[in-house]
Write a protein that binds this ligand. Structure first.
Ligand SMILES: CC(=O)SCCNC(=O)CCNC(=O)[C@H](O)C(C)(C)COP(=O)(O)OP(=O)(O)OC[C@H]1O[C@@H](n2cnc3c(N)ncnc32)[C@H](O)[C@@H]1OP(=O)(O)O
Ligand SMILES: CC(=O)C(=O)O
Length: 549
């Protein structure tokens, strides 16, 4: 069943993309949005073009009450989305007009209200401790009251799927009580997140067929099927999908907005976002992770940094012919990009594609490619890893290219020669442990000896090297040691442990990572640092050549 308009124009109110990051997403352990965070999240979601933004539960959480207050006072100007206040119906035995929680929904001034209500008879009787008739009256009274006050009302039918399997008549009566009172959408909730796509889609189909209501879907992710369930529901006739940014949500989470939108837009050709907005998925996902103070999931569908990163040589060989052969979509459609990883699993094509990514044309250097593949495999079998060390990989490729042409490999060499280095650990009387490094190097015809301290061997060696080299090579001062990581590999060489050091460096123009591996942490650090400076020297030589030509 397709709901794409013939012209491919946005579906608008015919299909709702409803975000509940600020309510269900905020129920994730570890997330605590400030009101300012919530406003920033809402702005980003609006800029992406979702149809509805559920801002929280006014009256229940003071922060949410303040969020709606500040939004209404002009701090939130929404261009695409309608703001939604979430809350429960009146309590049993009262009236909607007198219910404090219901009043808070009105006071929020949100144009849309989503009411959560029980739709599983066991919950009505055991958790609410009332009967089905009173539960339906609570819903109908509250919907009628809010609609009478000019609000658009959606019903979140909690535990719908479990309830429908147990006692379908009660669950359908709950929907009926809301829709007859003027609600717009019956949102079927998989509150415990235990559904699987086939059974869930069958229920959605049955509800749509039996009621003719506009049906929505809200899936928790306890079976890791929230996205699949949401898409299956849309295919079965649901025209309102509730999701959260990056799948944040209660317990295991909710349906990931970016995967749901990615699937609907690219797999089912449904223009669920305004034109041109799909390319913002990756950026918005990462920005929302930042606000939640969580690291983006690098393997997240559509938007993860590794989601279009190809490691296997066989994949690369087909990608070289046509990227579509190993990508389910063009990553640019969702604002992401493809990368080729070079590791022990690489083949010739991987190296050629990586070379192109690094600006090196290897098409007429078959010996260099063969040499580089052999060298990478051999080094990786000894614990090296080039996957995250593009700087060292580029140097390796350039050395192989030079060797293949019979040129000296110092095109990619360090701009100095090491005579020796030494690092000692100095435990001070106050208990502080300081690394002290001494280097003896030859640079521009001078023999230089320098000693420096640091908070670890990499840091101390870096400081000593700079002290020795900068007076002779002042441009090295532009290089900043941004970070370094040390990993002990117990089985890399088959016998003894080795240490792998990754060094991140940067200057005004770029960042690069280099790697060193050795039985000694000091030597591993030295190798990674030497490549870091060799990389800078190589870039400098290139810029001098460009400037001269
Ligand atoms: C499935 C979901 O995720 S829905 C969203 C859930 N989100 C939250 O719960 C976060 C915000 N919640 C809160 O701040 C508080 O729980 C409040 C303000 C809503 C209620 O707090 P309290 O009045 O202290 O009650 P408490 O949380 O202990 O229990 C909830 C009450 O609401 C009742 N209730 C539960 N669901 C509903 C419903 N759909 N409609 C009406 N009443 C309901 C319960 O029966 C219980 O009533 P009782 O106090 O008579 O036993
Ligand atoms: C409404 C909601 O969050 C749920 O049923 O899971």
């Amino acid at each position: 069943m397709s709901r794409t308009s013939p012209a491919g124009t946005p579906l608008g109110d015919a299909f709702h993309v409803y975000d509940t990051t600020l309510r269900d997403g905020a129920q994730r352990e570890g997330i605590s949005y400030s009101v300012t965070d919530k406003l920033a999240v809402a702005r980003l979601l609006d800029s992406l073009g979702v149809g509805f933004i559920e801002g929280g539960w006014p009256g229940a959480l003071p922060k949410d009450t303040e969020f709606f207050h500040r939004a209404a006072a002009g701090e939130l100007e929404l261009r695409h989305a309608a703001l939604v206040a979430f809350g429960s119906t009146r309590r049993a035995g009262g009236t909607a007009a007198d219910d404090e929680q219901v009043r808070a929904l009105l006071d929020s001034r949100a144009p849309v209200v989503t009411l959560v209500a029980k739709s599983d008879r066991r919950h009505i009787e055991r958790a609410l401790r009332t009967d089905v008739a009173e539960n339906c009256a609570m819903i109908a009274d509250t919907v009628r009251f809010l609609v009478g006050e000019g609000r658009r009302v959606f019903l979140d039918a909690e535990h719908f799927f479990d309830g429908f399997a147990y006692d379908p008549d009660t669950s359908l009566r709950v929907l009926e009580s809301a829709m007859d009172a003027g609600a717009d959408v019956s949102v079927l909730c998989d509150t415990n997140g235990g559904q699987l796509p086939t059974q869930l889609a069958e229920t959605v189909t049955e509800v749509v067929a039996r009621t003719g209501y506009r049906v929505g879907i809200h899936c928790q992710d306890d079976t890791s099927c929230a996205v699949a369930n949401t898409v299956a529901a849309a295919q079965a006739g649901a025209t309102h999908v509730q999701c959260t940014a990056n799948g944040y949500g209660e317990r295991a989470g909710n349906a990931d907005l970016f995967a749901v939108v990615g699937n609907l837009a690219t797999r089912l050709d449904m223009p669920v976002l305004p034109e041109g907005k799909l390319t913002e998925l990756t950026h918005v996902s990462h920005a929302l992770a930042e606000i939640a103070n969580l690291a983006p999931d690098t393997h997240q569908a559509y938007v993860g940094a590794s989601t279009f990163a190809h490691k296997a040589g066989l994949h690369a060989s087909a990608i070289k012919v046509d990227p579509e052969l190993y990508n389910h979509i063009d990553p640019a459609r969702v604002g992401n990009s493809m990368r080729v990883l070079v590791t022990e699993m690489a083949g010739r094509a991987s190296l050629e594609l990586k070379g192109a990514e690094l600006g090196l044309d290897l098409s007429d250097s078959p010996e260099a490619v063969t040499g580089a593949v052999r060298r990478v495999k051999e080094l990786e079998s000894r614990g090296w890893s080039f996957e995250a060390a593009d700087g060292s990989l580029e140097l390796l490729l350039r050395r192989e290219m030079a060797a293949a042409k019979g040129e000296p490999s110092d095109v990619a060499g360090a701009p100095f020669e090491l005579e020796s280095h030494r690092v000692v650990l100095d435990r001070r009387p106050d208990g502080e442990v300081v690394s002290e490094a001494t280097v003896k190097v030859h640079v521009n015809g001078h023999r230089v000896i320098a000693t420096a301290e640091g908070n670890g061997p990499v840091n101390a060696l870096d400081a000593a090297l700079r002290q020795a080299l900068v007076p002779h090579l002042p441009w090295l001062d532009e290089v900043e040691l941004a970070d370094y990581k040390v990993r002990i590999l117990t089985d890399a060489s088959g016998t003894d442990a080795v240490t792998r050091v990754l060094v991140d460096s940067r200057d005004d123009e770029q960042e690069w990572t280099t790697v060193g591996v050795h039985g000694s942490i000091v030597e591993a650090s030295w190798l990674a640092l030497r490549d870091a400076l060799a990389f800078k020297a190589m870039r400098r030589r290139e810029s001098v050549v460009v400037a001269a030509s």
